[in-house]
Design a protein around this ligand. Structure first.
Ligand code: SF4
Length: 467
């Protein structure tokens, strides 16, 4: 097999793995052929995906697919485990600031029905508990808690509530009712500070990551909520989580975010795409919770970045140079959808997967609890849809996307109308073609429809390119 960048199947990875090993590939303890995740873990979806053929991508996949082993090892070593729910990128930064605490997102169960091709029965368990398919796939989390087949039950469970989606609030309350105690902490709906009027002064405002602003009062409230989380983590760990430790934790998180920022810049703006969409989706997800090993997550991303830099320098990549540049809105319940875009002649040039605040730097020039509160308030899900659309429009221009794909998630309350609003706003402001698709956890039955819609988008862009 040639060493040039390509997207390959799992079968082709068998040969590629042997080739890399023969050439002297050295792997971390969690390394090995990708096929073992199918044979031993039942991750059958891997048989239907196409992967980047680099050693860096192999390490990324192996790291992702061994998180459960790391969590069980952490428990064996006596570390305390925090299950952080719904905040996407705030509580894990706090938890990892103490050496004997690790954190993960039970929300990640979202992808279990896809990866195991419904073999895990988590959705059936959720059904039996009255959480049926009118909810989004995050309901698989209920089954995962009850079977303990995918992650250990955390020593502390936190859940961000307030301005979050109805699905998650309902499912987390059901979990609580099943006997899993939860520390709830609240983020209010983000609003603009009131302006000065009638001779009075305006509301005191603070800057948030991502160019947003909020009333200082809201930041103070979220900070006080996070103080309760800090107290619970300290009690769990049996030690103080002081500002110095938090500052260090924020610095490390920012280091990872800088690596990811350069990787995104290269992948989404280089003339030839260096890293395919599927690997980039996983790379972005690592920023949420470090996949249960903060230092290793950074090394994994650094190796991927090194590969991207090399490919950009050499002007090579796994996709055609004329691939249509598409901005992707919302995460997909079936990873295969990312492949379909590229099979149709597209490439991803910019993303908003509902956690853009996790990609931004956490402020280092303000007290750490204030910095974390500002980050939590910058969550695209806690503010008005127009803020999210503003960021999407800005990033579309930054990465030079030619079209936008909004993927809807079946049952998800967050995107019942938001997708349509973003669709309209992008079309009006930028005049770009926009297409919407709906992607269930296994999209095989609707793949022809998804493909047709994406092909229509690609053809529209190609027709617009003609002089
Ligand atoms: S409704 Fe949307 S935001 Fe809420 S859990 Fe589901 S995918 Fe996430």
């Amino acid at each position: 097999m040639k060493d040039s960048p390509a997207r390959i199947t799992l079968e082709e990875w068998d040969a590629r793995y042997a080739e890399l090993r023969a050439a002297g590939l050295r792997e971390p303890w969690y390394g090995g052929p990708l096929r073992r995740h199918v044979d031993e873990g039942g991750d059958y979806r891997l048989l239907r995906l196409r992967y980047d053929n680099s050693a860096a991508a192999l390490r990324l996949w192996n790291f992702l697919l061994t998180e459960e082993d790391r969590l069980r090892e952490a428990r064996r070593q006596g570390k305390k485990i925090v299950g952080a729910m719904k905040d996407l990128g705030t509580v894990p930064v706090m938890a990892y600031s103490l050496p004997n605490v690790t954190a993960f997102y039970p929300d990640g169960a979202w992808w279990i029905p896809c990866v195991m091709e419904l073999g895990s029965k988590d959705l059936e368990i959720a059904d039996s508990l009255g959480i049926d398919e009118s909810f989004c796939p995050v309901r698989a989390m209920l089954g995962a808690f009850l079977t303990e087949a995918h992650f250990p039950v955390p020593d502390l469970l936190t859940c961000n509530v307030g301005a979050t989606c109805d699905d998650f609030s309902a499912i987390a309350q059901r979990l609580n009712g099943l006997g899993f105690p939860i520390l709830w902490w609240e983020t209010p709906h983000r609003r603009k500070p009131a302006r000065a009027s009638g001779g009075g002064t305006g509301e005191d405002a603070v800057a948030l990551p991502g160019g947003l602003i909020a009333p200082r009062e809201q930041m103070d409230f979220v900070r006080s909520e996070l103080e309760r989380v800090r107290g619970a983590i300290e009690e769990l760990a049996g030690g103080g989580l002081d500002d110095a430790a938090l500052r260090d934790g924020i610095r490390v998180a920012n280091r990872m975010r800088r690596v990811l920022a350069e990787l995104r810049q290269l992948a989404y703006s280089a003339p030839v795409c260096p890293i395919p969409a599927l690997e980039m989706l996983i790379a972005e997800m690592l920023a949420l919770h470090f996949c249960s090993d903060r230092e290793e997550a950074i090394r994994v991303l650094e190796e991927l970045l090194e590969e991207a830099r090399r490919r950009v320098r050499e002007g090579v990549g796994p996709l055609r140079e004329d691939a249509v540049r598409v901005f992707w809105v919302n995460p997909v319940a079936d990873l295969r959808a990312m492949n379909i875009l590229e099979d149709c002649g597209g490439r991803v040039c910019g993303t908003e997967y509902l956690f853009s605040h996790t990609l931004d730097q956490i402020p280092e020039d303000v007290p750490p609890m204030q910095a974390l509160a500002r980050t939590a308030l910058a969550d695209p899900m806690v503010g008005p849809c127009s803020d999210r659309a503003d960021r999407i429009c800005r990033d579309i221009q930054l990465f030079g996307a030619e079209a936008v794909l909004v993927s809807r998630i079946p049952g998800a309350s967050h995107c019942a109308v938001e997708g349509a609003l973003i669709h309209e706003m992008v079309r009006e402001r930028l005049g770009l073609p926009v297409q919407e698709i709906e992607v269930p956890p296994l999209c095989d039955a609707v793949a022809p429809t998804i493909r047709t819609r994406i092909e229509a988008l690609i053809e529209t862009v190609k027709a617009r390119r003609k002089p």
